[in-house]
Design a protein around this ligand. Sequence first.
Ligand code: FAD
Length: 383
Amino acid sequence: MQKFDIIVIGAGPAGSAAATWAARQGRSVALVDKARFPRNKLCGGLFTERSRAYYHEIFGQDFDLSRAVTRRDIAFWHDGTELAVLHDIPPLHLTMRLDLDNTLFTHALAAGATDYSGHAIAELSDNKVTFRDGTQISGAVLIGADGVNSIVARHLFGTPFNKDTIGFGLEIEVPPDAQNPADQPLRIDFAAATWGYGWSFPKQGSTTVGVGGLHAPNPDMKAHFSGYLETLGIDPKQARFKGHYLPFGDFREHPGRGHILLAGDAAGLVDPITGEGIAFAMKSGQLAAQAACDALSAGTPQSALTLYKTALGDMLRNLRIARRLRRIIFAPRWQKAFVSTFRRSGTVRMQYMALLAGELEYPELARSVVTRLPRYLLNALRR
Ligand SMILES: Cc1cc2nc3c(=O)[nH]c(=O)nc-3n(C[C@H](O)[C@H](O)[C@H](O)COP(=O)(O)OP(=O)(O)OC[C@H]3O[C@@H](n4cnc5c(N)ncnc54)[C@H](O)[C@@H]3O)c2cc1C
């Protein structure tokens, strides 16, 4: 059986970041994925400036924007009415996940991680992975970066996510320029789903149209999506819907146990308001890898989770604030007050935009919300 310092399961943004970071520190790393790369992942592909900064920090180079579409105008809609169009916003980059994830995976192999892609796992134990072909590998630390349906989270907690709080997204691909020609803004639709929103994101070669939100209040997400497509002039009967769970605010306070760590979607690290997950996946992968390396250097692999939780402190604090704030954006009883405030207040619009672009952190937003709350409540009562 081949022995590694660290086994990383899942080679998406979280896993490839973890493997790259640990391998660059001279650790032996096995990078396991059931898929062969390039592989696709259902996603809007919005790559924010936050993602770009983390990418630079972790992979040691600038993100190549030549294969992304970058836009600086965005339109916000609600129930078929345009609320506002913002121009010259912080840049929003739209990427194809097939391409993005393959780039990240390639970095991890170049850093020295051993390639176990295309390997299906038959059995997982605390230090050992057995593949379907019977091969086994062992690792002193295990990083579960295997997405929202994580088998590592299932191994630790019996279930990969809480079905009462998980989110869900549906998407279709339409021809480029059918929805967002270059001279048109990007489009976000509040109320395209309950506790969620709809989007139309142009990419190179395709435009992704989707809805996402909490799963429990949207048992009829397909109906919401069909309605949304009709408002965009797309015949839902001609479209092939694809769906995927999204840990939309469903993060774990204890992302692992002892020497087993969870990163990215496996730990539920997705922004509860914007749905952004790529940046948090890469960052948590890096932090998990660093915690693993430090625990190994100290000769105490079991201390990895304690180190990881300390390092994740700021991210978890942000996500907690966001989860509280999202009530006043998405809760049906607040929606009219939010929409009216959004329509009237340039500051609120710019703050929402900065949030979406990854240029504003939640503590700052929370302070601003507190000062506006009395007027907001008054607005809600008037309606
Ligand atoms: C509809 C939708 C739209 C979204 N839009 C955006 C967006 O525009 N911008 C944004 O930032 N985020 C978006 N997200 C969130 C984003 O896609 C995720 O947060 C991000 O992909 C998480 O990365 P990850 O590495 O944790 O997991 P993943 O990207 O899911 O990667 C997990 C990897 O693990 C592998 N794997 C799974 N199970 C196993 C197994 N048993 N054995 C071995 N390997 C396994 C998979 O093959 C995969 O390669 C969206 C999500 C959805 C559902």
